[in-house]
Write a protein that binds this ligand. Structure first.
Ligand SMILES: C[S@@+](CC[C@H](N)C(=O)[O-])C[C@H]1O[C@@H](n2cnc3c(N)ncnc32)[C@H](O)[C@@H]1O
Length: 318
């Protein structure tokens, strides 16, 4: 099997080898019927684009999430004049394909750790002429997302949009993704951790996003704020600040997606970063700043407030 190695990544001897660098038990270990560029596949259509999924992880229900990413990318391309996309967990490659065809991306790096998807991804991307040298439109690689992102950062090979379509939480990739992103670039994050947003695993959400989440009625919105809050925290550490452009919750999964713009400069006083209280007695919900932390209570004086960390109160929902 041949491999198309990203030109901009480090010429490390490991790059270019057609193997999965991390034999991670979390990856599905099936063997689809794949030859070099051919597979026994299921044919699908999304927004008029035909593609194969083979046995890769693919969900029709995620189409809206892909639409929103493509729309943001197209607007970015229109205003900045060029667009380089890193699709860090591309699955069968439909997302990369749509960034190329619909958002007119100049270049897409389509990465998925599972090298058994290679035939499917390349087959789908071949709709767009690959090009050579500086005019190359796309490259496929099979590495852990953190490695690809870090290599891009080290090579000063920055991207305008980084899409991380992960399972579970993607807080693990936040720092490397922000480092590989061009200033003013777009970061499209995912969480599928419905247990955390529902307040059923407060220690997991605390570890992943710094948010101690307890059960409360608006858990879908909380899941989005949790994700943004984690990014706000990581950005601040790196000397950046983030602006949420849109957020999207979908019942399947569930899937929480947020599009953030990342800029240089810390926000010294972040009015949108604080706590939400929910009174289990009267149902009242309100936000508290860090300065008000010791005063959290409810006007019904039941004193049964639950506390959790809130982020980005100015979040715009689509
Ligand atoms: C939710 S699926 C991606 C679906 C795809 N983006 C789409 O829109 O159809 C997640 C993908 O991430 C890949 N993956 C899981 N962990 C990874 C990692 N650490 N680095 C890179 N890819 C990973 C899996 O092989 C899987 O194909």
């Amino acid at each position: 099997m041949s491999i198309l190695t990203p030109k901009a990544l480090s010429p490390s001897p490991c790059l270019g080898k057609p193997r999965n660098p991390i034999p991670n038990p979390k990856f599905r270990s099936f063997k689809p019927h794949v030859t070099q560029f051919h597979c026994t596949c299921e044919r699908q259509t999304e927004r008029g684009i035909e593609f194969d999924t083979g046995e890769s992880f693919f969900r029709h229900e995620s189409a809206t999430g892909r639409d929103l990413g493509v729309l943001a990318a197209a607007l970015y391309r229109q205003s900045k004049g060029s667009l380089r996309v890193l699709d860090a967990m591309c699955g069968c490659g439909i997302r990369s394909c749509r960034y190329l065809l619909e958002a007119k991306a100049d270049f897409v790096l389509a990465n998925d750790a599972n090298d058994e998807y290679r035939g499917i991804i390349v087959g789908n991307l071949k709709k767009v002429e690959r090009g050579f040298g500086d005019t190359r439109r796309w490259v496929v690689s099979h590495f852990d997302a953190n490695r690809v992102l870090t290599e891009c950062y080290l090579q000063r090979d920055f991207f305008d949009l980084i899409d991380i379509d992960s399972f579970g939480s993607d807080s693990l990739f936040l720092r490397s993704a922000m480092s590989a992103l061009r200033l003013n670039g777009l970061l499209y994050l995912t969480s599928t951790d419905g247990y955390s947003s529902g307040g059923h695993r407060p220690h997991c959400s605390l570890a992943a996003y710094g948010a101690y989440i307890r059960p409360m009625p608006c858990s879908n919105e909380i899941g989005l704020r949790m994700l943004i809050g984690g990014a706000v925290r990581e950005a601040s550490l790196l000397g950046y600040h983030v602006t949420p452009l849109f957020s999207y919750y979908s019942y399947h999964g569930p899937v929480f997606r947020v599009m953030l713009q990342v800029n240089r400069g810390k926000e010294h006083e972040n009015r949108h970063y604080g706590f939400i209280s929910y009174c289990s007695q009267c149902g009242n919900t309100r936000s508290f700043s860090w300065e008000e932390l010791g005063q959290i209570s409810c006007s019904c004086s039941s004193n049964k407030s639950l506390v959790l960390w809130m982020a980005a109160q100015n979040l715009k929902h689509c």
